[in-house]
Design a protein around this ligand. Structure first.
Ligand SMILES: Cc1ncc(COP(=O)(O)O)c(C=O)c1O
Length: 369
């Protein structure tokens, strides 16, 4: 490694994870928003397509356009925009499906489609309880009516929703959301609307709730090999991201020597401390407690405050040199911490750990896809 730090993204692991997650007779949408959860949207999208993903999912219209610019020609859904989003027109022109979860959005996408001289493909979102986007059930009929009135500009490709607790096996909320989703589908059917794509499952529901699969599952975190929640069994799914760094300084200090801002840690004995040149600007969570990294096959503790560009580890009496490589997180194969462990140390979720890996950390891609 020639950089101070580098993230290796194992594209074979992503492809293999997707193959394992594939559900018979159900389409797969690989969720590659937020730069593929920090892994790199373009290469991950290619890996996902090679593993058979018929769909890509992104939050922002601009993310969909970037995938088109990178050469992806397959089906893409973008689901998050505010009124007046400049990228909607380009999405319609470039065959990107759009979420429509409110009357204003239906009108806006229809107007954009009209201007583009083509029909927009839309997925009508029903809020089955999450309380974010989408029409609540009592407004779903009005949304359907609006879309049907604009049927010369809008084609209904799907009806969809999103779970609040998909990662909690047997969650009652999931059962309730499924009932409400079925109710919305019935309402649509009564108006003659039976779109080919009904979808609600994320990774957690895909792994724990077969009845939630419908026509398509939207897979994010599990494709990257990380658990959607602590109770979800991951089998042989494999984390795709490994973050390595080269030690930038090594020094012997005496007992009582303070380390990093505020001296929240002082050496309890004479020891060697080593500097890892990544910090919270790179996505290392400053508030992590009890964090560790791996050095020469062994775990060593992070000590003192994690700073913007760097943090310190206590390596004891080990012989180490500047330039020695450490693993901050990885798949856990050789005893290194995983992103999920970092999530626990920071009282957060693995999603946040990988997604926040900063732009200063170069990604290197391994694998044959
Ligand atoms: C609408 C939607 N569907 C699917 C996903 C994928 O979720 P997960 O990463 O839990 O599989 C997300 C991610 O947050 C999402 O926002």
């Amino acid at each position: 490694m020639t950089n101070r730090a580098e993230a290796t993204i194992d594209l074979d692991a992503i492809a293999e994870n997707l193959r394992q997650l594939h559900q018979p007779d159900v389409l797969t949408m690989a969720v590659v928003k937020a730069d593929a959860y920090g892994h790199g949207a373009t290469p991950v999208a290619r890996a996902a397509r090679s593993a058979g993903a018929q769909w890509l999912g992104v939050a922002l219209p601009s993310e969909a356009i970037a995938l088109r610019e990178a050469g992806d020609t397959g089906a893409i859904l973008a689901w998050l925009y505010a009124p007046g989003d400049d990228d909607l027109l380009e999405c319609v022109r470039r065959d990107v499906d759009l979420n429509v979860g409110a009357v204003w959005a239906a009108q806006e996408v229809a107007d954009v489609a009209h201007a583009a001289g083509r029909r927009a493909r839309v997925h009508l979102k029903v809020d089955t309880g999450l309380g974010r986007g989408g029409a609540p059930l009592h407004l779903f009929d009005e949304l359907l009516d609006t879309v049907l009135e604009r049927r010369s500009d809008l084609e209904i490709a799907g009806i969809w929703s999103h779970f609040a607790s998909g990662e909690v096996p047997d969650a009652i909320e999931t059962t309730e959301q499924l009932a409400m989703f079925d109710d919305a589908l019935d309402r649509a059917r009564r108006r003659g609307v039976e779109p080919p794509l009904r979808h609600i499952a994320n990774s957690g529901a895909t792994l724990t709730r077969p009845e939630s699969h419908y026509d398509l599952v939207r897979l994010g975190i599990a494709m990257y090999g990380l658990p959607p929640g602590p109770q979800v069994e991951m089998g042989s799914l494999r984390p795709a991201m490994t973050l390595r760094a080269s030690l930038a300084s090594v020094k012997r200090v005496s007992a009582g020597h303070g380390v990093s801002y505020g001296f929240t840690w002082r050496a309890p004995r004479d020891t060697t401390i080593a500097l890892v040149p990544v910090g919270y600007a790179d996505g290392i969570p400053r508030t992590a407690k009890g964090a560790q990294i791996q050095l020469a096959g062994e775990r060593v503790p992070v000590v003192g405050r994690i700073a913007m560009d760097q943090f310190v580890v206590d390596v004891g009496d080990r012989e180490v040199m500047p330039g020695d490589e450490v693993i901050v997180w990885g798949p856990g194969d050789v005893g290194e911490p995983t992103a999920q462990e970092w999530a626990v140390w920071d009282d957060t979720i693995g999603y946040e750990i990988v997604t926040r890996l900063g732009v200063r950390v170069p990604r290197r891609f391994s694998g044959t896809v």
